[in-house]
Structures are given as structure tokens and as C-alpha cells.
Design a protein around this ligand. Structure first.
Ligand SMILES: [Cu+2]
Length: 471
């Protein structure tokens, strides 16, 4: 720890940002006195600063428990002041969304594993039982633990062989949002889902506790249509993108009451890809990066946060804008499912009976995107068993052409509980709708004839359409 602290100490001195240290709030005013501290290391990062011994943190009293949509929190028991957890690595028949299941690897019957939650200063003992057909080990991603507890098979410990149970034990000297994942045959085991979130609450929070504290872990998978197991060898072309191992519409909404202080803890352990997560209807502030609190003055505002592979990012906002708000990865292929990204571009093409003729040879073949991909889920076309090409869901106002890493933040006034409140009732005058001819004449001076767009292919102006298909 010394060398790490020295590092931060030097970094702070070099940058001359003692003010930043003060702003973290973990140093008293008297101690800092407005001057660069003699011990700036005490104020940086999330290391427990007071070295005080605390009794094990209690949910409700010492922290407001986090919510893992579509998931759960790992239970613990207290034994002589130590929190005892038990993770069981095993194969799980997991549902990504209605219509798609696969045999994944997870923990305690879940994919991803349950969220581990504790409090700064807690002593934890985590047993890991291996019920997989191959060796494993667990790494506590971002935690400051003794080298022998770091979980890199071969480097920091022996592999946990099938059938064995290992014991990890350490004191939580930090607070913040972290992750855990397999660190043995990583490529296979992470591609099959062996990961979870790890949240350590502060002993002395800097600000008010959130009313809603959500945990969302991003991942991506390759599940070829017709198979029942993710392919761990895939390097680039993932076709199932998930929040907490669920693809929309399998993702549970994040429900908040009007005025709630909402925190969302994002983590990303996708095999390959970073995810810019975007929320509609709000701006948020990034309050924590990789478990380290961001001082209030430095909290970056925004509505999209890039969560790179291996990173955690925490955002906070006050839910003061009622409605149903989309929250999703903004990479458009990450809000789609297994629909064959190598399909030829048929926008503007009239394929005639091509689909019928080819599907006689290739079951499940369909021509896609004659006028865009939006109707792929809605058409209700028969799809191969255990697959979700495109997908999406019926919304209040029609079909939602989104899948994958997409969920809905639902903010309501007058909620009595946090069950899914259904769709938002738009107050009068707040819903986009068809313009009347009278309005068009009044504001535009003319009314575009609606029949002009009925045959988009043949009537498409040449500067938009330089193909000569479909003749
Ligand atoms: Cu993404």
C-alpha cells in the first residue's frame, strides 16, 4: 500500500491539485487549513482513511442496499465479526430474453453472479466452490488485497480445480463500485458469463444516500442461431448484448419516484467492446470512476458515459422528469440481437419472392431491410427455434425496435412502490402526434401530401438513391 500511496502523493504534488484532495471531503477543514496537506495521500482515492475498527456494516443502518435489476445480492452470514460469503461457480441454463436461452457459466444458479455488497472496513471471507468442468479462480477487480488474494491463477494462487473450494479473506479498505470475474482461462470463462458486481459502501458517505442505487453490468456474447451455448472463441462479432445478462425486452425497467436521488453503477466486462451508455430525459454527473470518488468540482456532467472494458462508472441524478426514458448503449449494433450482421443491404430493393425461394433451400432465411430494419421484430416472422433476430417489444405507442443493451428508466409521481408502473400517461399537450392540415398550412404555408411517401423506392430522388435496383 505504501508504494501506491506514495504514487498518489507524488502525483498530487506534481499536479499541484491539493484543492482536489480537499474537495473529496475525506480530509477535515482543520486538517487541510486551505493549505496543501502534509498528507495528501489521506484524501485521495477511496482507501479507508481513519484506520478505525468498525463493526460489520448493516444494511439499512449503514447503507441503503443496491438493486440489481434481473439479478440479486449475494447473502452473507456474520461469524465472529467476519462476513461469510459463498460463491459456487457452475453451469447455468440462462434466459437472455423470452425466446433465447443458453448454457452459460455463472455463480449460484445465476448469470452473471449475484452482486457482492459490503461496507468499508468489513472483514470478508469468500468461499469459492468450483462446480465447472475445468479449473477456475476469482479475481476481485479493483480491490486492494494482498497479492495472494488477487485471484490470478498461476500467478497469485493455484487454480481451483473442479470440486475444490478455496477461501479468500481480506479486509475491505476501500469503498466504491468494483467487479469480480474469473481469472483462469479468462477468454472462455468471461465469454460464458463468469462475472459479477462488487459494491463497497463508504463508512462516511460524502453526500446524501441515494434513494435508488442500481447496478448494471454490460456484457456481450456470440450465440449462433441453432446453438445453445455462447461461443467463447468469437473475437469481434458479438450478437447478444446485455445489461445484467439480459437483452431487451428481457431487461427489467429501473423504476424511480419523482424526486428520488438515483445512482446507477455501470460495470463493463464484455470480452472486447466498450459501451457508451446513454440516458434520455436527463443529464447526470459521473461521481465515481473505477471505484474512486470524483470530487464534486470535477464530476463530469453528461448524458452518455463511456464504460470501457474493465471499467466501472457511477452516475447520479435527481429523478425530476417523469416519463418512460430509454437508456441504452449508443452503438446501434449493440441494441440489436442475433439478426445476422452480414446480411446484404437491401434498403431500396424490391426482393420479390426471393425470400420464399431461398428459404426452400435455407430454413430460416429471410430477406431483410427492404425499407429499413425496423419491422424485423414486429413482423412476427417465424424465426429459428431459440433465437431472437432483432426482437424488440410492443410499447404504449407501437413497436419499440430495440433489443440488446437497452432498458427503460421509469420515473413517476405518486408511486406507492417500485413495481413496474406500466407505461407513462403523457399529460395533455406533451405527446408528439400527427400534424393537422390546418397546422401545416398555418406554419409551413403548405401541407406535404401524404401519398408522396407511399412508394419510397420509385419516388426516391436520385440524390438520395443512386442504386438502380428493383427494375
Ligand atoms: Cu455497446
Amino acid at each position: 500500500m505504501i508504494s501506491r500511496r506514495k504514487f498518489f502523493s507524488n502525483a498530487v504534488a506534481a499536479a499541484g491539485v491539493a484543492a482536489l484532495a480537499t474537495a473529496t471531503g475525506s480530509m477535515s477543514r482543520a486538517e487541510s487549513g486551505g493549505q496543501p496537506s502534509e498528507h495528501p495521500e489521506n484524501a485521495i482515492g477511496s482507501d479507508q482513511t481513519d484506520q478505525q475498527e468498525y463493526p460489520p456494516g448493516e444494511p439499512g443502518k449503514d447503507y441503503t442496499p443496491v438493486i440489481t435489476p434481473n439479478g440479486s445480492t449475494l447473502p452473507f452470514k456474520l461469524l465472529r465479526g467476519t462476513k461469510i460469503f459463498h460463491l459456487i461457480a457452475e453451469e447455468v441454463d440462462h434466459e437472455f430474453a423470452p425466446g433465447l436461452r443458453a448454457y452459460c457459466w455463472g455463480f449460484n444458479g445465476q448469470v452473471h453472479g449475484p452482486t457482492i455488497e459490503a461496507v468499508e472496513g468489513d472483514m470478508v471471507r469468500i468461499y469459492v466452490t468450483n462446480r465447472l468442468p475445468e479449473n477456475t479462480s476469482i479475481h476481485w477487480h479493483g480491490l486492494l488485497v494482498p497479492s495472494g488474494m488477487d485471484g490470478v491463477a498461476g500467478l497469485s494462487q493455484k487454480n481451483i480445480e473442479p470440486g475444490e473450494t478455496y477461501k479468500y479473506e481480506f479486509k475491505l479498505r476501500q469503498h466504491g463500485t468494483y467487479m469480480y470475474h474469473s481469472h483462469s482461462d479468462d477468454m472462455t470463462q468471461i465469454a460464458l458469463g463468469m462475472m459479477g458486481m462488487l459494491v463497497i459502501h463508504p463508512r462516511k458517505p460524502n453526500g446524501p444516500r441515494p434513494d435508488r442505487d442500481f447496478v448494471l453490468m454490460s456484457s456481450e456474447w456470440r450465440i449462433d442461431v441453432g446453438t445453445r451455448r455462447p461461443n467463447p472463441i468469437e473475437m469481434t462479432d458479438f450478437n447478444v448484448l446485455t445489461f445484467n445478462a439480459r437483452a431487451f425486452p428481457g431487461t427489467a425497467p429501473l423504476v424511480a419516484k419523482y424526486g428520488d436521488r438515483v445512482r446507477i453503477r455501470f460495470g463493463n466486462l464484455s470480452p472486447m467492446e466498450h459501451h457508451p451508455i446513454h440516458l434520455h430525459g436527463y443529464y447526470w454527473k459521473v461521481t465515481e470512476m473505477d471505484g474512486l470518488p470524483v470530487s464534486e468540482l470535477a464530476q463530469q456532467p453528461g448524458n452518455t458515459v463511456l464504460v470501457a472494458v474493465g471499467q466501472t462508472r457511477v452516475v447520479e441524478f435527481v429523478a425530476d422528469n417523469p416519463g418512460d426514458w430509454a437508456m441504452h448503449c449508443h452503438m446501434t449494433h449493440h441494441t440489436m440481437n442475433q439478426m445476422g450482421h452480414n446480411a446484404p443491404n437491401l434498403i431500396g430493393v424490391r426482393p420479390g419472392d426471393l425470400a420464399k425461394r431461398v428459404s426452400a433451400l435455407l430454413p430460416g432465411y429471410m430477406t431483410m431491410g427492404e425499407s429499413g430494419m425496423g419491422d424485423m421484430g414486429e413482423m412476427g416472422m417465424p424465426v429459428p427455434r431459440n433465437s431472437i433476430p432483432m426482437l424488440g417489444a410492443q410499447g404504449k405507442h407501437g413497436y419499440i425496435d430495440m433489443g440488446g443493451m437497452f432498458t427503460i428508466v421509469k420515473v413517476r409521481e405518486n408511486l406507492t412502490n417500485y413495481d413496474d408502473p406500466g407505461w407513462y400517461e403523457n399529460p395533455p399537450g406533451t405527446l408528439a402526434g400527427l400534424a393537422s392540415n390546418e397546422e401545416l398550412q398555418r406554419d409551413l404555408g403548405y401541407a406535404p401530401a401524404s401519398h408522396e411517401m407511399q412508394k419510397p423506392v420509385n419516388n426516391m430522388p436520385r440524390d438520395h438513391m443512386d442504386m438502380n435496383h428493383g427494375g
